[in-house]
Design a protein around this ligand. Structure first.
Ligand code: APR
Length: 250
C-alpha cells in the first residue's frame, strides 16, 4: 500500500470558517504576535494570552470539518496516510483521519507551565463538540472551552495552552521529518510555507516522489526539487478533486 503524507496549514480549515494567519483578514491582521503568541507575552500578559486562546477554543467548538478534511480522511480507504498539520484545531480528527501529527500544538489540550511533557486533554471537549454540533449553545460549555487564569494541573502547576509559541522549540518536527521521509506521495494544502522549521518539511521527502499542492494563491515553490503539481483552488474544492483522482489511481 502506498503512503501519502498530507502536510496542512491554516488554509485547509479556512473553508470551515476559521481565519488563516497571513491572509488580509487573517489572525495576525487583528492581533500582534508579541501580545498573544510568545513565551514573554505569557509571562507579562497572561490574561490577554489566555483570553486569546479561550476565544479561539470557543470559536472552534462552533466550527465543522469541511470537505477538504473529509477528502483527506477518505484517502485511508486505499493508502497509508499520515497527516502532519501546523493547525491547532481538531478538524482533521473530527473528519476521521487517524494518524495526525500536530507540529504547533492543539487547542483542545493544556499543559503544565513548568513541565512541558505534562499535557492534558481538556476534559469534556469531545462531548462539548458533539453537543454543539447537535445544536446546543456553546456557552453552556464554557466550563470546557474557557481556561481559568489560575487553572492548575493535579501537581499544582499553573497550566498554559498546549500551543507552540513563536521562539519556542517544535518537538514534533523531527518525528514529522521521519514520517515525511517515508512518503510515496506528498500533498501540501493551505500553507504559506512562511514559518520554520515547519515549512522545511517539504524538503524532508525523497526527491523522486510527486508533490501535489492545493492553494488558491501560489506559495513560493522555487526551492522544492520535486515535480510539483499545483492546483490553484480552495481546499474544499481542490482537495476533493485531488483525493478523488488519487483514490482512482490507487
Ligand atoms: N483553501 C486552501 N488554502 C487557502 C485557503 C483555502 N480556502 N484560504 C487561504 N489559503 C492559503 C493561503 O493562500 C496561504 O497560502 O492558506 C495559506 C495560509 O497561510 P498562513 O496564514 O501563513 O497559515 P500557515 O501557513 O498555516 O501558518 C503557519 O504560522 O502563525 C503561525 O503557528 C502559526 O501554524 C501557523 C504557522
Amino acid at each position: 500500500m502506498k503512503k501519502i503524507v498530507v502536510f496542512t496549514g491554516a488554509g485547509v480549515s479556512a473553508d470551515s470558517g476559521i481565519a488563516t494567519f497571513r491572509d488580509s483578514d487573517g489572525l495576525w491582521a487583528n492581533y500582534r504576535i508579541e501580545d498573544v503568541c510568545t513565551p514573554e507575552a505569557l509571562v507579562h500578559n497572561r490574561p490577554t494570552v489566555i483570553d486569546f486562546y479561550n476565544i479561539r477554543r470557543r470559536e472552534l467548538l462552533q466550527k465543522r470539518a469541511n470537505p477538504a478534511h473529509t477528502a483527506i480522511a477518505s484517502l485511508e480507504q486505499a493508502y497509508e496516510v499520515e497527516v502532519i498539520t501546523q493547525n491547532i484545531d481538531d478538524l482533521h480528527e473530527r473528519a476521521g483521519s487517524t494518524k495526525i501529527t500536530h507540529l504547533h500544538g492543539e487547542l483542545s489540550k493544556l499543559r503544565s507551565l513548568s513541565h512541558a511533557d505534562r499535557i492534558y486533554a481538556i476534559e469534556g471537549w469531545q462531548e462539548a463538540v458533539k453537543a454543539v454540533e447537535a445544536g446546543q449553545d456553546v456557552d453552556c460549555y464554557a466550563r470546557v472551552w474557557k481556561q481559568a487564569l489560575d487553572a492548575k494541573d493535579p501537581y499544582g502547576d499553573l497550566l498554559r495552552p498546549h500551543v507552540v509559541f513563536f521562539g519556542e522549540s517544535v518537538p514534533n518536527y523531527d518525528p514529522a521529518c521521519r514520517i515525511a521521509s517515508t512518503a510515496d506521495i506528498l500533498v501540501v494544502c493551505g500553507t504559506s510555507l512562511a514559518v520554520y522549521p515547519a515549512a522545511s518539511l517539504v524538503f524532508a521527502v525523497r526527491k523522486d516522489i510527486p508533490v501535489y499542492l492545493v492553494d488558491p494563491a501560489r506559495p513560493d515553490l522555487s526551492r522544492i526539487a520535486n515535480s510539483v503539481h499545483f492546483i490553484q483552488k480552495r481546499a474544499a474544492e481542490g482537495m476533493v478533486e485531488l483525493c478523488e483522482n488519487l483514490l482512482r489511481e490507487a
